[in-house]
Structure formats: structure tokens, C-alpha cells
Design a binder for this molecule. Structure first.
Ligand code: ATP
Length: 532
């Protein structure tokens, strides 16, 4: 039967409402992507577990990133450093003294907020006002509407734009100069209220260190305070000499690492967007002093290509240049993705100067230098970093993929489905093998096909319920292909292959399955797009 599908929400603009985001979170749990941590004990704030489908998707994201770094670049190698590190590392890196967020409490609700996040949300609301004005005007003027002109001339828009610029400038200035009183005054001037109590009864703004600490060794012998690493990057810096020497690496070269990081986030919200335990994929690229800004531009472009190769819409990404630079950086940009709650950072690209290596050189007393035969001198290398959160990347894929569709059959009847349009290369399960009925040898044939394909792809076999319900189950986890074995299969060695996104079906030879599927699901295809 031929089916046509129509998205309930526009795929390119994505779902934007809070309701849809709630549905997505419920879906992620129901279909084994993400569970709250310690679920049977009612969860633990901002900590999550990945389920049977989640872990596959997560592993595929990590493989895509790892291969794009290590396979595509002869001069990038990987490491896996320990989470616990010598505590002086965090002193040297500046994290003990400066890894802080400005926080503010509402005295009535007793809720704690990040002062900068409250202001950013306020700015976002103002920007939404502008979008609404544009929408209204577009409706009123129809084809005659000139958006550019409207944005430049409409008095209401201009007024709100001015407010946005003023709040942004005052916030940047206050953050740059660590002026906590100015942040508080700005929150008051903007009339920001606590979303829980609805009041403006705020405490002063204070700094809050985000590192978790614990103790190593028994207290009797004087335990040492150690930190759970808040970023994986320092594990790379302190191994710079080891890798450079043992790998005989020549500058420019990079070290890549994937691993857990921990931050005691004050505002832990928006599902897996901001977690207290999360995973990072970081690459530190060591370059000659003076060349770092060229490499920074190059890595910005390379990383954007990595994202765009997934085909989730060019319009859903943008760069955001940092106004307030971290103490170690001389340039920094984020790649932002359009999440259901607006454009937010998914990855940071930072030109970290030679700050970290110089600091470790000073604190460890070990010479961390590179002798560059090209210029015949030694120097502390400069570093360009690309740093992306696995979990945030995961959320961007989940949010973009989640689609509710209305289906109209040929006979006019309708149905609905939820389909996860996950890029096939990253989908947790690549194909499901489904016998139309269990009898007449169809189940055995289906298992035989599955057993051939399982060496290459993550396959599922399912014989329960009607074929329609089985398709829906696979749609809900984003399986790009369903292979159906019917009576014709037993006579001519053909099967139907059903495509997740179009729901179209095609009859193909069993012997061709491996090539057809491999072409679409292999990470090689994504990697080729990056280098093309
Ligand atoms: P934010 O401004 O959102 O707090 P950040 O600028 O502190 O993020 P970085 O220190 O640059 O983040 O970390 C690099 C990447 O690690 C981020 O782009 C993000 O994808 C991820 N990341 C950082 N903090 C978290 C977190 N609490 N939960 C999940 N991912 C995170």
C-alpha cells in the first residue's frame, strides 16, 4: 500500500515548543535512548544514563569524530588520559582560582541561577519579540513584504534592538571586568523576575567554583584533595611531551581525546544540554607562535563542515564570536545549533595561546618546548583547541530527528507515526529483518539473512505483531532500513527494502543488500564529504 507522509512540524525549522521538547524527552526514555540516572531512586540532578539505543548513537557520534580527527589527519593522534590528575594541574591551569560562574539566588523561591544565563534568556525574549513583529508584518503585507527593510525601519523593532544591544554590552562589560555588582544592577534594571516565585527579591551576585573534589588516600595518612576533571584538555597538555617525543611529532600536530568531564553546574536544565557529568571530544592542535590565528580560522571551517556533512540543515548552524575571552584565549568562537529552545553552543573553537603549556612548564619545573628546525629555535607551542560535547551533539541530533507525521493511505484513511530521522550513518540500528509471517520457513530465512548482515551492521530481528506495528517500532528508534521477507523471497531470493524517511518499498536481490545498505550507512560517506 502506498503511503504519503506529511510532517506535523516543519522539519527544517524544527519543533520549537516546550511541549514538543517534553515529548522528545519522554520518547528518549520510552525507546531506550536516555534514562534519568538512578531512576528507581527518582533520579539525580542533571545526571543521565544512556540506554540500549542511546549508547549505539553515542558510540557512532564518537566514531565519526574520532575518525575525522585521527584517520583524516596524519598529524593528529589520540590518547586516553586518566580522570584523576595531580591537583597542581588545576592550580596551573587557573581552574582552582577562576573556573567560576556568577550566581544569584532568589530569596523567595531559594532557587539559584547563573546571572549571565538569566540575562541571556532575557535577551532571547527580546529577540523573540522582534521575530513576532516580523511574522505579524509578513502576514499583513503578504508578497509585498520586505523583511530587510522592515527590520531597518520599523520603530518598535528598532527600539527592541536597541534594548538588546544595551543589555548585551552592559553584560559583556560586567563579565569582562568581573563586576558582580554591575551584573546585579543589570538584572534589576531589566526587571527580571524569578520564574518560580515571580519576584525580584535577589541576593548579591557571587562567584561559584564548578569543580567537584574528592579525596585520594586514607585520611589517617593525610589524604590529598583531588578534582574530577572539568575538561579533558589538561590531560592532553600534560602529555604533550610524552606524545611529541614518543610519536616523533613535528609541529603542527594535534592530540585528540574523548572522555568524561565533570562540572557542578548551578543551572542544570534542558535535559542533557547541561549535565554535571558529561563527555567531551577535544583536540588540541600545537602550532608555531604567530600562526595560531590562521589555524584557528582553518579549524573553525573544518569543524563546521563536520557538522554540516550530517545534513541537518545549513541554516541550523551559526558561529558566535566570544566577546569575553577566557583568561587563556586570544580568539574564540562557538558553533551554535538551533535547538528547540533556540541557538545554543554545541562546540567551542579556541585559540588558547601558549598559556597552558607555559603554566605547566612553570608549575612542574619541566621544560615544555619544541625545537623547530625550520626556524632553528625552541619555543613553547601555541594551541588551537576544538572542543565539543558528545551529549550536546547527541541532543542536537535527537531534537532535529524527532518528527511527528500524519500519514494518508491510498484509500484515504489516515494514521500517525513518530519517526526519528537520525542521519543513517549514526542511527543506532541500521536495519531490521522482518518475516511477514512466522510460518512457511519465512522466519528461518529472515534469521539466515540477519546472521549474514550482522557482521557488518547493527541488525534487529523482529517477528512479533503486524508488519505495520513493527515498522512503527523501527521508525521510533530511527532504523533507516526494514527488510521484509515474504513468500516470494522463498522462490526468487528477493526481499523488500523499506526506506524509513519516504516509507517507500523496493524489491531487491538478497545478494545486493549488503552493498545497498553499506553505501548509505557507512561513516566513510560522511568523512568523504568533509575532505571534498
Ligand atoms: P557553556 O557556556 O554552555 O557552559 P562552555 O563554554 O563552558 O559551555 P566549554 O568549556 O567550551 O563549554 O566546553 C566545550 C563543550 O563541552 C561545549 O561546547 C559543550 O558542548 C560541552 N559542555 C560543556 N559543559 C557541559 C555540560 N555541563 N553538559 C554537557 N555538555 C557540556
Amino acid at each position: 500500500m502506498k503511503l504519503t507522509a506529511e510532517n506535523n512540524d516543519n522539519q527544517s525549522t524544527m519543533a520549537t515548543t516546550e511541549d514538543v521538547f517534553k515529548k522528545l524527552i519522554a520518547h528518549a526514555k520510552e525507546y531506550g535512548f536516555i534514562f534519568p540516572s538512578s531512576d528507581i531512586y527518582d533520579g539525580l540532578g542533571a545526571v543521565y544514563d544512556y540506554g540500549q539505543n542511546g549508547v549505539e548513537l553515542k558510540n557512532n557520534i564518537k566514531k565519526y569524530w574520532w575518525d575525522s580527527m585521527v584517520l583524516l589527519h596524519e598529524n593528529i593522534v589520540g590518547i586516553d588520559s586518566a580522570i584523576f590528575m595531580h591537583p597542581t594541574i588545576w592550580k596551573a591551569s587557573g581552574h582552582v582560582d577562576a573556573f567560576n560562574d556568577p550566581m544569584i539566588d532568589n530569596k523567595d523561591s531559594k532557587k539559584r541561577y547563573r546571572a549571565d544565563v538569566l540575562l541571556e534568556e532575557h535577551i532571547q525574549k527580546l529577540e523573540e519579540k522582534i521575530s513576532k513583529e516580523v511574522e505579524k508584518a509578513a502576514k499583513r503585507f503578504g508578497d509585498q513584504f520586505d523583511e530587510g527593510m522592515f527590520l531597518q525601519t520599523n520603530p518598535r523593532v528598532l527600539e527592541v534592538r536597541e534594548q538588546v544591544a544595551s543589555v548585551q554590552n552592559r553584560m559583556n562589560e560586567a563579565l569582562k571586568t568581573d563586576n558582580l555588582q554591575a551584573l546585579k544592577t543589570l538584572i534589576e534594571d531589566c526587571g527580571i523576575v524569578c520564574p518560580i516565585s515571580g519576584t525580584r527579591n535577589w541576593t548579591d551576585v557571587r562567584q561559584f567554583n564548578l569543580m567537584f573534589s574528592t579525596e585520594m588516600g586514607s585520611t589517617a595518612e593525610g589524604a590529598m584533595k583531588v578534582y574530577l576533571r572539568p575538561e579533558t584538555a589538561q590531560g592532553i597538555f600534560v602529555n604533550y611531551l610524552n606524545v611529541q617525543k614518543t610519536g616523533r611529532m613535528k609541529i603542527p600536530f594535534g592530540i585528540a581525546q574523548i572522555g568524561k568531564a565533570f562540572r557542578n553546574e548551578i543551572v542544570a536544565r534542558q535535559f542533557i544540554f547541561r549535565m554535571r557529568e558529561f563527555e567531551q571530544m577535544e583536540m588540541q592542535f600545537f602550532v608555531a607562535p604567530g600562526t595560531e590565528l590562521e589555524w584557528y580560522e582553518l579549524w573553525k571551517n573544518t569543524r563546521l563542515k563536520w557538522h554540516q556533512a550530517l545534513g541537518m540543515g545549513q541554516e541550523n548552524y551559526r558561529f558566535h564570536k566570544h566577546e569575553k575571552l577566557a583568561h587563556y584565549a586570544n580568539a574564540a568562537s562557538d558553533i551554535e545549533f538551533r535547538f528547540p529552545f533556540g541557538f545554543r553552543e554545541v562546540e567551542g573553537i579556541h585559540s588558547r595561546t601558549n598559556f597552558d603549556l607555559s603554566q605547566h612548564q612553570e608549575y612542574s619545573g619541566k621544560k615544555i618546548q619544541y625545537f623547530d628546525p625550520e626556524v632553528n629555535q625552541s619555543y613553547v607551542p601555541f594551541v588551537v583547541e576544538t572542543s565539543i560535547g558528545v551529549d550536546r551533539m547527541f541532543l542536537s541530533i535527537l531534537a532535529h530527528s524527532f518528527t511527528e507525521e500524519k500519514i494518508t493511505r491510498e484509500d484515504g484513511t489516515t494514521d500517525e507515526r513518530v519517526v526519528m530521522r537520525i542521519p543513517p550513518q549514526l542511527a543506532p540500528v541500521k536495519l531490521a529483518v522482518l518475516p511477514l509471517v512466522k510460518k512457511d520457513g519465512l522466519a528461518e530465512k529472515a534469521l539466515e539473512i540477519k546472521n549474514q548482515l550482522r557482521f557488518e551492521f547493527n541488525c534487529q530481528y523482529d517477528e512479533k505483531d503486524s508488519i505495520g506495528r513493527r515498522y512503527r517500532r523501527q521508525d521510533a528508534i530511527g532504523t533507516p532500513y526494514c527488510i521484509t521477507i515474504d513468500h516470494q523471497t522463498m522462490t526468487d531470493e528477493t526481499v523488500t527494502i523499506r526506506y524509513r524517511d519516504t516509507m517507500e518499498q523496493e524489491r531487491v536481490q538478497i545478494k545486493d543488500l549488503q552493498a545497498i545498505i553499506s553505501d548509505k550507512v557507512s561513516i566513510r560517506g560522511l568523512l568523504q564529504k568533509i575532505v571534498s
